[in-house]
Design a protein around this ligand. Structure first.
Ligand code: SF4
Ligand code: MG
Length: 273
């Protein structure tokens, strides 16, 4: 029996460059398992990534892949989707890539409701470039650019996507791998902009700076601080302190961008008034 590892990953690009204990591999594997779960194939799926540790995933995945410029994965993916709306287009991005340099592309991708599945590997820091604070570094956590703790209020990428117009928003973690697969698979079902935030451990930059222990300790932190949405709803404000919800956070229903654009084509061609 062919293993997922042999089927979906480019053997000649392995071993990967991620640090031992990094959560990126878990999130990458969850994407291929979601693809398999939904019966999608390597021929009808395109993987597009930006720049950073997480974005290296596109090089390892045996699909049609694009490793693009910093923060620009969503515009590339939008072009692919508009040119061929039948493709399943997946964006892999990180918290720095997606919400700093790519922040504008992110909100406008959501605003247009482009039918993309964006999986944001959130390790709370810029890993590859040396541990600088990103817009998703939690308040008072340390980074090389915030040695006494960050005073910048962080983005909640899920809230941001929902406010900007995304029609499917979910969060999970590298600890809750099966749940993460389900969240991504459900994102594939949504015809519109889907954001799945995958909280992943970066033991090298974020964990070490913030004395979070081993990779296993960081995963235990996810186990102990992530709360399923149903339980989260019942928690009062005080008990929510230091914790975060996982699960489907929002589902909307709006026309996706390819369909809206098709209407424009039909008007231009005189098919439709
Ligand atoms: Fe993973 Fe962090 Fe190492 Fe990058 S720096 S590969 S995110 S552990
Ligand atoms: Mg990051």
């Amino acid at each position: 029996m062919e293993r997922a590892y042999e089927k979906y990953f480019r053997q000649n690009r392995l071993p990967h460059m991620w640090c031992p204990g990094c959560g990126n591999g878990t999130a990458m594997k969850a994407i291929v398992q979601a693809i398999e779960k939904k019966g999608l194939t390597q021929d009808n799926t395109v993987i597009v990534s930006g720049i950073g540790c997480s974005s290296r995933a596109s090089g390892y995945m045996d699909f049609d892949t694009l490793h693009t410029a910093h923060g620009r994965a969503i515009p590339f993916a939008t072009g692919i989707k508009l040119a061929n709306p039948d493709l399943n287009v997946v964006v892999i991005t990180g918290d720095g890539d997606c919400t700093a340099i790519g922040g504008n592309h992110f909100i406008h991708g959501a605003r247009r409701n482009v039918d993309l599945t964006v999986v944001l590997f959130n390790n709370n820091i810029y890993g590859m470039t040396g541990g600088q604070a990103s817009p998703m570094t939690p308040l008072h956590k340390k980074a090389t650019t915030a040695p006494y703790g960050s005073v910048d209020r962080p983005f909640d990428a899920c809230d941001l996507a929902q406010a900007a117009g995304a029609t499917y928003v979910a969060r999970s973690t590298a600890f809750h791998e099966k749940h993460l697969i389900d969240m991504i698979a459900e994102g594939f079902d949504n015809k519109g902009f889907s954001l799945i935030e995958a909280v992943v451990q970066c033991p090298t930059a974020f964990g070490r700076k913030n004395k979070m222990g081993s990779p296993a300790d960081m995963m235990k932190w996810m186990r102990d601080t992530a709360v399923m949405t149903a339980a989260w709803e019942k928690l009062d404000e005080e008990k929510r302190e230091g914790k975060f919800p996982i699960g489907v956070l929002y589902k909307g229903n709006s026309l996706d961008y390819s369909s809206a654009y098709q209407q424009v084509i039909e008007i231009a061609e005189g098919v439709k008034a």
